[in-house]
Design a binder for this molecule. Structure first.
Ligand SMILES: [Zn+2]
Length: 347
């Protein structure tokens, strides 16, 4: 018995003592959950409320949206505006060139004329030529896609994520994304409906958008809200009072540190880095293993908490350069560690 115990200690202690000193937060900044604000059909003639109402409400509160472009419909003035939106930190995603679908909503009858190269690749090229920006996330029109179109989009080198095609077609429920089981090519979402039809939530229980954001905090997950316009002629347009209450809620939860609000690419980068970069503390060094393709493709900064030893002062350097950190208490430092930028030395 004693011998077995000793052997176990020898085996386990080194792991326990090093693992106990480094903790990667599940969500950026130690938030309890993550949330995405998405507006589809940007540049269509009916989603004018995205610019007129949504963006000013978000900008006033420091919140970032992700905007799904129908790239072939954008005017010169809209391209100019989008340059500003990129500078402000909003994400743009690929919602095709013309918004021609490939399957009819409801009947799922094929729509003729869908062309992967035209709708997906040409849209990306147009955005790159107009804005010098590469979109990393794709949402299909009506969130319906054939297996062929899905495979085509997933194989493109720029694609970090794809919004889940509807449960009608995939046989899987749309909904929430578990932290340890995020599927980059099947990101689940909830759509705004005034009467709650097809949503996970019902309006008689309060604001549908707030319920979805609250679920991220309560369940420690990533929730993604799909909307079209705000107070305009678009499909299931969000009334401005509901949108304002939602933005106020998000801003308060960001301020309290409970919620991380970001675009899908940032959230996918974070989760893939956290799970597949083999981040560990080795003596006075934070190391990672970039050999997994998911790590090399997605690696970005993650929030790491380090319990300092009595010998360590809490000074961090990466490739000889000082790294900013914050003391959470006398012995715990928090920093943003990007494995792509090399090992971190702790002094
Ligand atoms: Zn759309």
């Amino acid at each position: 018995m004693y011998r077995r115990f000793t052997a176990l200690c020898l085996l386990l202690l080194p792991c326990i003592s090093s693992a106990a000193n480094l903790q990667i937060q599940t969500w950026y900044g130690g938030a309890k959950g993550a949330h995405t604000i998405a507006h589809d059909d940007y540049c269509s003639s009916v989603t004018t409320g995205i610019e007129q109402n949504a963006i000013p409400i978000l900008n006033q509160r420091g919140l970032k949206a992700s905007l799904g472009l129908i790239a072939g419909s954008c005017s010169d003035a809209q391209w100019q505006t989008l340059k500003t939106r990129i500078k402000q930190g909003h994400e743009l995603f690929n919602h095709t060139l013309t918004h021609r679908g490939m399957l009819e909503p409801g009947s799922l009858a094929p729509i003729s004329g869908w062309d992967n190269v035209k709708e997906i690749v040409s849209a990306q090229q147009l955005v790159q030529s107009k804005l010098g920006y590469t979109m990393h996330f794709v949402a299909f029109p009506s969130d319906l896609a054939t297996p062929e179109a899905k495979a085509f989009v997933e194989a493109l080198p720029d694609t970090l994520g794809v919004r889940a095609a509807k449960h009608l077609y995939d046989g899987k429920a749309a909904g929430i994304n578990e932290a340890d089981d995020v599927q980059p090519m099947f990101v689940k979402w909830d759509s705004y409906w005034r009467d709650g039809k097809w949503s996970l939530y019902k309006p008689n229980r309060g604001n549908i958008l707030i319920q979805h954001a609250q679920a991220a905090i309560d369940d420690g997950v990533w929730t993604y809200s799909t909307m079209h316009g705000v107070a305009d002629a678009s499909w299931e347009s969000v009334p401005v009072d509901q949108y304002t209450a939602y933005a106020d809620f998000l801003a308060a939860k960001v301020k309290s540190g409970e919620l991380w609000v970001a675009g899908p690419s940032d959230i996918l980068r974070y989760q893939m880095t956290r799970q597949f970069c083999g981040i560990q503390l080795n003596g006075d060094t934070i190391k990672a293993d970039l050999s997994d393709w998911r790590c090399s493709r997605y690696a970005s900064a993650v929030t790491v908490d380090i319990k300092l030893t009595d010998q360590q002062q809490g000074v961090f350097t990466q490739q000889g350069k000082p790294l900013v950190s914050q003391m959470l208490d006398k012995k715990t430092a928090r920093l943003a560690y990007n494995p792509k930028l090399g090992e971190v030395k702790i002094n």
